[in-house]
Design a protein around this ligand. Structure first.
Ligand code: FAD
Length: 427
């Protein structure tokens, strides 16, 4: 009779709870601990920030779906995990004990690492749906009073797809508002070249994304380290390959959105054996923490080392289908342990990304993530916009119903031809 606790109910955690519940016996219990009862589909946030989606369209109240599946939802949020004692202290002072813990708490957004960065200071964010709602108000001001735009991703960021995606969505939205001619745009990135994506490029992402930026008159600065942001001006150091300063830029802006670096959330940070120095959870090939073998982790909170050295640090992205493969492997491995067997399921950790531009987009598949690869494919076209809508419908349907398979899943995978890529393998 095992009690399995999933900590965090975002893109990974919500699906984790459903898949885990489906593999447990009648006496086993699954509890989800989240901050609140609302699920937000993070990949739709760039659309929210330009008004193409409302907050309500991308959020789901989890209470009904969890209850229907027989999963207990605790909405108090975790204050601290105590892995040596199999216990979580919740923020209201109560505690939850577990036999198995799956950490799915996603990222903490490290805006505080750069002076003046973030929605509490001088730049916008799309990382949370509430941030995207705030960015929409700033976008409306930009349309009323057009001026320069600076968009991109800072040093240590790992999420480059959404930075390109938002830049090109914003460009499309400004064109539709007929003010693009009064908005000079600059893309600022810590990547060593356009299209690196934290993966040393995938297929021809360098060529495709440079082409897109050039076609749309968006200039760029790579190897960029954002020093500080004042209201209306960003101070950026551009570095050489050896890390020395190449040029300093003082970039004026009327609107700016920069993806921050991520770190692990406070509830799990600085626990010897559980996390790396940035607070990401250490896992083996079975998604299991080596120091605490009844603790597993999935999603953005998992520690993955960067791919090689770059003049400015960049991290490796963790995308939706990769997270799903971690979920499926984790559910199977915990089910094995409950049966008294050893874990044997290994997630594929392929990077699959759809970056929508509103009127087109770029897709890539990197299998495995670290080059050289068996699949190293990228493509662009209008079909990516349609596929991204399919991806959104697929995930939201899955979260609302708790059903692992759906029409949208089959349609999205057929379109993307990724049925094999999200899978796991048994050793
Ligand atoms: P999250 O979805 O962030 O979920 C974490 C959950 O943990 C949240 O519900 C949070 O409230 C909860 N939590 C945090 N701390 C606590 C605590 N102390 N106690 C309890 N609960 C807690 N990937 C793609 O494949 N395609 C895309 O198009 C795409 N677009 C993206 C766009 C943006 C703007 C961003 C930031 C990422 C995007 N990603 C995309 C990457 C990735 O798929 C998402 O970041 C995804 O949401 C990560 O899932 P997760 O479950 O790890 O974390």
């Amino acid at each position: 009779m095992a009690h399995i606790v999933v900590l965090g109910a975002g893109l990974g955690g919500a699906i984790m709870a459903y898949e885990m519940k489906a593999l447990t016996g009648p006496g086993d219990r699954v509890t989800v601990v989240n901050k609140g009862a609302t699920y937000s589909f993070v990949p739709s946030n760039p659309w929210v920030a330009v008004g193409w989606r409302s907050k309500e369209q991308v959020e789901v109240d989890l209470s009904g779906a969890m209850e229907r599946r027989g999963i207990t939802l605790r909405t108090e949020g975790a204050g601290r995990v105590h892995p040596a004692e199999n216990r979580i202290d919740l923020l209201d002072g109560s505690t939850v004990e577990y036999d198995y813990l799956i950490i799915a708490t996603g990222p903490e957004l490290a805006f505080d690492e750069i002076d003046g960065l973030g929605p509490g200071a001088n730049t916008q964010s799309i990382c949370l749906t509430d941030h995207a709602v705030q960015a929409k108000a700033a976008f409306d001001d930009l349309v009323k009073n057009p001026g320069p735009v600076v968009v991109g991703a800072v040093q240590g960021a790992s999420c480059f797809g959404p930075a390109y995606e938002f830049t090109l969505i914003l460009e499309t939205a400004l064109r539709r508002a007929k003010v693009r001619d009064r908005v000079p745009m600059t893309f600022v990135t810590s990547e060593p070249y356009i299209g690196h994506m934290g993966l040393d490029g995938v297929g021809d992402t360098k060529g495709i994304l440079e082409h897109e930026l050039r076609e749309r008159h968006i200039s760029w600065i790579t190897n960029a380290r954002v020093q500080s942001v004042e209201p209306g001006t960003m101070h950026v150091e551009e570095v050489n390959a050896d890390g020395t300063t190449r040029q300093m830029h003082d970039l004026p802006f009327s609107f700016s959105m920069l993806l921050p670096a991520f770190r692990g959330v406070a509830a799990v940070r600085d626990i010897e054996g559980l996390t790396n120095p940035r607070g990401f959870i250490l896992v083996d090939r079975y998604q299991r923490n080596p120091a605490f073998p009844n603790v597993f982790a999935i999603g953005v909170g998992v520690a993955i080392p960067p791919i090689g050295r770059t003049p400015v640090p960049v991290g490796v992205p963790k995308t939706g289908f990769m997270i799903e493969s971690m979920v499926t492997a984790t559910a199977a491995n915990i089910a094995s342990l409950i049966r008294g067997e050893e874990p044997r399921e290994v997630a594929s950790w392929n990077a699959v990304c759809l970056a929508d531009f509103g009127d087109g987009g770029v897709a890539f598949v990197a299998q495995p993530q670290i080059p050289p690869r068996n699949a190293n494919w990228s493509s662009s076209g209008r079909w990516v916009h349609a596929a991204k809508i399919g991806f959104e419908k697929y995930f939201l349907h899955k979260i609302r119903t708790g059903k692992p398979d759906s029409f949208y899943e089959r349609a999205a995978f057929r379109l993307l031809r990724v049925d094999k890529l999200k899978s796991t393998h048994t050793e």
